[in-house]
Design a protein around this ligand. Structure first.
Ligand code: 6GU
Length: 246
């Protein structure tokens, strides 16, 4: 998969050299290209923003540098890109969207600063390619760079061969499957006693049926506590008699 990121803070994307994403790059599974938007700004101060039409606070990113940058980047590859525009006004970034994006050959991210990008840029590229305006949650950040780090990590770990163990995302919270509507429950490892605290006996019982039931009960309990909305919106058929008794 190819990933392009256009930003006025290229150094903000340095974490993409680390850990899972960094290793996927080193193995050639991800081709990540970070671009400085100011390379496409031509005045003496490499200006990329201006005051908003209609007045109001803050600045708006000018269309010309984005247009030149995106024309050049889109012309530099073949295949169908998806342009991902991070914005608090976008559609929610979900595991479902991460799965959908992980099947694409080429993603182009356009994180903005200030009050966002001149609307005409989104319209112009929306006429030519798949453009998605995406938000990572109901809060406001100073720019789209941190959301790009979030989205790239969520997508990259789904690529074949990127996670060591393909089974490790089968039972992720929000993954489709038997536990689809529940958050993941607690996990334990050695030692069997730590600061006077033991582990749930069932986990060393060797009884796989009882372990599965216990995991489901814990998942249900945690979901009911932290995300009751997930239970309310799920298909009632997703829950059995035992779940409801908790
Ligand atoms: Cl994608 N951008 C900004 N600036 N703030 C956000 C966001 C994105 N998602 C949630 N808050």
């Amino acid at each position: 998969m190819r990933l392009d990121v256009v930003t006025i803070f290229p150094e903000y994307l340095e974490p993409l050299n680390v850990s899972l994403v960094g290793k996927a790059r080193a193995r050639g599974q991800l081709d990540v290209r970070i671009h400085d938007l100011r390379e496409w700004a031509h005045d003496k101060h490499n200006t990329v923003d201006d005051t908003p039409y209609g007045g109001g606070p803050g600045m708006v990113m000018k269309p010309e540098p984005w247009g030149e940058a995106l024309d050049e980047i889109l012309a530099s590859g073949e295949g169908e890109p998806v342009i991902v525009v991070p914005t608090p006004s976008g559609a929610p970034f979900t595991q479902q969207l991460a799965v959908e994006l992980s099947a694409k050959p080429w993603l182009v991210f356009t994180p903005a600063r200030y009050e966002g990008i001149d609307r005409r840029v989104i319209e112009e590229y929306g006429d030519r390619v798949d453009v998605r305006e995406v938000s990572i949650g109901d809060y406001v950040l100073a720019g789209g760079e941190a959301p790009v780090l979030v989205m790239v990590e969520a997508v990259a770990r789904l690529l074949p061969g990127v996670l060591g163990n393909a089974a490790s995302h089968q039972d992720d919270s929000f993954a489709p499957g038997a536990m689809a509507d529940l958050l993941e429950g607690p996990v334990y490892t050695k030692p069997p006693e730590w600061r006077g605290r033991g582990i749930p006996e069932v986990l060393v019982s060797g009884h796989h049926g009882k372990i599965a039931r216990w995991r489901r009960d814990e998942a249900f309990r945690r979901t009911d506590l932290n995300r009751p909305d997930l239970i309310e919106r799920a298909d009632p058929a997703a829950f059995d008699k035992h779940d409801r008794a908790i």
